[in-house]
Design a protein around this ligand. Structure first.
Ligand code: DAH
Length: 340
């Protein structure tokens, strides 16, 4: 048996030196040292040994096992190291390949213009206020003095969620929310940018578009304040030469109401294709805040007055950049977007 054990050791040592794969090495380990391996096979005959021989052989068997285990581990480390070196040798970097081009993104024209509008009003002491896009009938209509039979409430125009809840059709409800929040402090001086929704879809109307609302409430606010602030806005937005004019109009939430025109930025007022020969271009709706609206916001219309305005960001952007179809804003055509 002593011979058998020594032969086993030699054979195992020789074969493992020839093995080149980790997997085959493992197979060998199982073959020689595994539960049903060669070593176990030899030891099965221990029963036929004399009592003096038994411990000697047992010791030798343990020695052989220990040595072989050690050799297997060493060989395994060697093969692993070799595999790693091979892999590194195969990985090549071609430094002559052209580099990857990273195209830098940038902001959407509507975001740029919204930010520009915000900057102008922040510069005049306004705060930014926000409200929810899913709005109640109360804030979107009722508190703004829009009567039940007003066409704006029609299912044709508004996206209703339930009878009382809808997607806001304008940013004007944020006027009420801002007043409720700021009451009783004065002045209230906020702009409210945000998305609005209407059942509209053509070259100049989209079912989703963006507005900026403005609201100023204080003691002694007059139409002159409205005109002064909006003239300053028009000049910062469209150029220092611009003039504005107020045209009488109607909105339920303002009294009196006015539409504001800016002198044409293309022809300067001479009359051209853009201003359809009139020299003026409408940019927003505005007016003195209706007493009902002030009251709904918590303020006393006998003590304070205010003005409000609302403009479409798409419209301002189209005028500023000479864009003639609103749908460009939402198509995400890079040839369009890259121009800004
Ligand atoms: N809410 C109006 C709209 O969506 C715009 C508007 C007009 C807002 C006059 C105002 C305003 O604050 O005073 O068409």
């Amino acid at each position: 048996m002593e011979q058998q054990l020594n032969a086993l050791r030699q054979e195992a040592e020789a074969t493992m030196a020839q093995v080149a794969e980790l997997e085959s090495l493992n197979d060998l380990r199982v073959k020689y040292l595994g539960k049903k391996g060669v070593l176990t096979g030899i030891l099965r005959n221990m029963g036929g040994l004399s009592p003096e021989e038994r411990p000697k052989i047992g010791m030798l068997a343990n020695q052989v096992r220990d040595v072989l285990e050690e050799l297997f581990s060493l060989r395994e480390a060697e093969l692993k190291q070799k595999a790693r070196a091979d892999r590194l040798g195969r990985e090549k970097i071609d430094v002559t390949l052209p580099g990857r081009i990273f195209v830098q993104g940038h902001r959407h024209p509507l975001s740029l213009v919204q930010e520009e509008i915000e900057e102008i009003f922040l510069g005049m002491g306004f705060q930014i206020a926000e409200g929810p896009e899913i709005e109640s009938d109360h804030y979107n209509f009722e508190a703004l003095n829009i009567p039940k039979d007003h066409p704006a409430r029609d299912m044709q125009d508004s996206f209703y969620v339930t009878e009382e809840i809808l997607l806001r059709t304008h940013t004007s409800p944020v006027q009420i929310r801002a007043m409720e929040k700021l009451f009783p402090s004065l002045p209230v001086k906020v702009i409210c940018p945000g998305r609005v929704f209407r059942k509209d879809d053509d070259a100049t109307h989209s079912p989703m578009f963006n507005q900026v609302e403005g609201l100023v409430v204080d003691k002694g606010i007059s139409l002159a304040d409205l005109k002064g602030i909006l003239l300053e806005f028009a000049r910062q937005m469209f150029g220092p030469e611009r003039q504005i004019r107020l045209r009488p109009s109607f909105f339920p939430f303002t009294e009196p109401s006015a539409e504001v025109d800016v002198s044409c930025m293309l022809c300067g007022g001479e009359g051209c294709r853009i201003c359809k020969g009139s020299g003026w271009i409408e940019i927003l709706g505005s007016g003195m805040v209706h007493p009902h609206v002030l009251r709904m916001g918590g303020y006393n219309p006998d003590e304070v007055t205010g003005f409000a305005f609302g403009m479409g960001i798409e419209r301002i952007t189209m005028l500023k950049y000479g864009i003639d179809d609103m749908r460009y804003f939402y198509d995400n055509d890079l040839r369009f977007l890259r121009q800004f």
